[in-house]
Design a protein around this ligand. Structure first.
Ligand code: NAD
Length: 322
């Protein structure tokens, strides 16, 4: 959604923002542009300086950020950072009673529930609200928020979501936002592997990339991994595959999300064979060739493990070999 200007925040109080990295930095900047007063902190001086350039008031510590805030947003690497900051780091204790804590980091469902309980125990309100849309969506203010917590808290957060994103879904009680995020990404990880395996099999069978794309993208094989983020160059102009697998959605982030999904699968006792396998494949890919690649680059690992099959033969449809 487009950011409002001037007093477009409807008079809402100051926002504290902790974690001003690739995602948090531009999210905080959008709040500033919409007229919010935002105090921010990041352990990395470079991230803090970039946010200050965008109008965020830099603080000397995380607890300094919350002292004056109505709403505190965290955008941190993992659950351990959120939990450590909330309790040992004194964030909850330093905030005024009734502060709304919104954690937008992608973390374990169990950690999200623990963070929620800790916030409520300390006399605050809390939401888990992980996002999809990546760095581009964070900059453009077009993220999707998946929120878990009470309806009252969700309503209180909605104006902020409207500035930083284009869609916010209230998914249910505490932890439901994280649950929605990892379930969605488990579908995505599995489907990208499925699409990639099908393309490599097609190559082996002499089928061109374009022919397989033309059929599957209008048939029952259609999915986002095929029709938007196609793992072979050619059929979808502008896809990461068309740009040497430059992310896009980086493989290490997919590996992280599938790791969180695998944790949840195990603790919920679900027989999710493909989800667990996808987590293992992406973990290996992200540690190796995929460390700096889009997650669709996993097709190259599959091709290699299939004996380095040549890519799709040229046909009338695609003209040149991919
Ligand atoms: P990032 O590493 O760029 O930013 C995290 C920031 O948190 C860093 O600048 C780090 O210095 C700071 N930090 C860590 N501990 C801190 C502490 N105790 N106090 C203050 N600052 C602290 O990561 P990112 O890409 O911005 O991702 C943030 C979260 O968003 C992650 O949970 C990630 O999984 C999720 N996410 C990322 C993307 C993406 O495309 N990058 C997309 C969706 C969700």
């Amino acid at each position: 959604m487009s950011a409002a200007t001037g007093n477009g925040n409807g008079g809402a109080g100051p926002v504290g923002f902790v974690g001003l990295g690739n995602m948090g930095g531009p999210m905080a900047a959008n709040l500033v542009r919409a007229g919010y007063r935002v105090a921010g902190f990041d352990l990395a001086p470079k991230a803090l300086a970039a946010a200050a350039e965008a109008g965020v008031e830099p603080a000397g510590s995380a607890t300094e950020v919350v002292a004056d805030a109505d709403v505190v947003i965290t955008m941190l690497p993992a659950g351990q950072h959120v939990l450590a900051l909330y309790e040992d780091g004194g964030l909850l204790a330093a905030a005024r009673p009734g502060t709304l804590f919104i954690d937008c980091s992608t973390i374990d469902v169990a950690d999200a529930r623990a963070a929620h309980e800790a916030a409520v125990r300390a006399g605050h309100q809390a939401l888990d609200a992980p996002v999809s849309g990546g760095v581009v969506g964070a900059g453009a203010g077009t993220l999707t928020f998946m929120a878990g917590g009470d309806a009252t808290e969700f309503a209180r957060a909605e104006p902020l979501f409207a500035v930083m994103g284009q869609k916010a879904v209230h998914c249910g009680a505490a932890g439901a936002g994280q649950a929605a995020k990892i379930c969605n990404n488990m579908i995505l990880g599995i489907s990208m592997i499925g699409v990639s395996e099908a393309f490599v099999l097609g190559e082996r069978l002499g089928l061109s990339h374009q022919a397989l794309y033309d059929v599957a993208s209008t048939a029952s094989g259609q999915c986002w991994a095929l029709s938007v983020n196609c793992p072979v160059p050619g059929p979808v102009p502008g896809s990461p595959a068309d740009h040497g697998y430059r992310p896009g959605f980086a493989a290490p982030l997919m590996a992280k999300d599938l790791g969180l999904a695998a944790n949840a699968v195990r603790s919920a006792g679900v027989d999710a064979e493909l989800g667990l396998r996808a987590a293992a494949l992406y973990a290996a890919f992200a540690e190796g060739d995929g460390a700096a690649e889009d997650f669709s680059g996993i097709i190259r690992t599959i091709r290699q493990r299939s004996g380095g099959t040549p890519q799709a033969p040229a046909t009338e449809q695609n003209g040149t070999p991919a």
